[in-house]
Design a protein around this ligand. Structure first.
Ligand code: FAD
Length: 229
């Protein structure tokens, strides 16, 4: 396991009303593959520590997007308390399976809520690599104000198709009525599949993909369940 590394918050902005993107100054960061995550460790003055996992959102550098869980221990601190210049520790990059490496095979990304974070890293890495691999992002979110990376995702990116599925409230004129992910929202077999989000979302999406005939061996999943020590 890699060592803990002190990093300082360099800049931050609200991503949605409930989430914040944090960019850390991480000297000596070795780089990472899109889809990998880091563990973040907080240490209180009395020595108590808490650690949680967060996906890397950028193609380069240490950028995280944290969704606030109101009764959570770590996420409200990261979204509401951490100030530019403050230090935390991170360990990583972690993960070797849920990663995208530039390849020709089409890619289907299926995310729910904050599960979009590693998908954004993959879309950014695709752009950075200058490849034309077809990507289709199918993203499930509660309502329009919950869209992470909105300006970037809504901007045309040749070869990247974005399908937004609203579960509670869709914007006026949206072609699909609000509702949960169904098989009709997904593509037929032929793509490398990445699925990320809350555990129940990931399980439902993976079942739908298998039901459509996708080979379970090409479906990579990442569950954003509780991750504390
Ligand atoms: C590999 C991996 C990558 C992750 N990447 C991200 C990321 O990019 N962005 C991000 O915001 N989160 C991510 N998570 C989730 C993150 O690690 C924490 O679990 C989350 O921030 C909650 O921590 P907390 O200390 O605030 O809540 P806790 O104090 O751990 O939990 C408080 C309450 O919320 C529930 N809870 C915990 N986690 C979640 C959750 N994810 N969804 C709903 N309820 C929850 C708990 O069961 C508990 O009831 C990732 C998790 C994993 C395993």
């Amino acid at each position: 396991m890699t060592r803990w590394r002190p990093v300082r918050l360099a800049r931050a902005h609200d991503e949605t009303p409930g989430s914040r993107t944090l960019v850390f100054d991480a000297p000596g960061w070795p780089g990472h593959l899109p889809g990998q995550h880091v563990d973040v460790r907080l240490t209180a003055t009395d020595g108590y520590t808490a650690r949680r996992s967060y996906s890397l959102a950028g193609a380069v550098g240490v950028e995280l997007t944290v969704e606030r869980i109101d009764d959570g221990e770590v996420s409200p601190y990261l979204t509401d308390q951490l100030r530019v210049g403050d230090q935390v520790e991170i360990r990583g990059p972690i993960g070797g399976w849920f990663v995208w490496r530039p390849a020709a095979a089409p890619v289907l990304l299926v995310s729910g809520g904050a599960g979009i974070v590693p998908m954004m890293a993959m879309i950014r890495a695709r752009r950075e690599a200058g490849v034309d691999t077809p990507f289709h992002l199918v993203h499930s979110l509660r309502s329009p104000d919950r869209l992470h990376y909105a300006s970037e995702l809504l901007r045309p990116d040749p070869g990247v198709r974005v399908s937004l599925l609203y579960t509670r409230e869709a914007p006026g004129g949206h072609p699909r009525p609000p509702g949960r992910l169904t098989a009709a929202d997904l593509d037929p077999p032929g793509a490398a599949c990445f699925v990320c989000g809350p555990t129940d979302f990931v399980e439902a999406a993976a079942d739908l993909l298998v039901g459509l005939g996708h080979d379970p061996g090409v479906i990579r999943t990442e569950r954003f369940g509780p991750s504390g020590s």
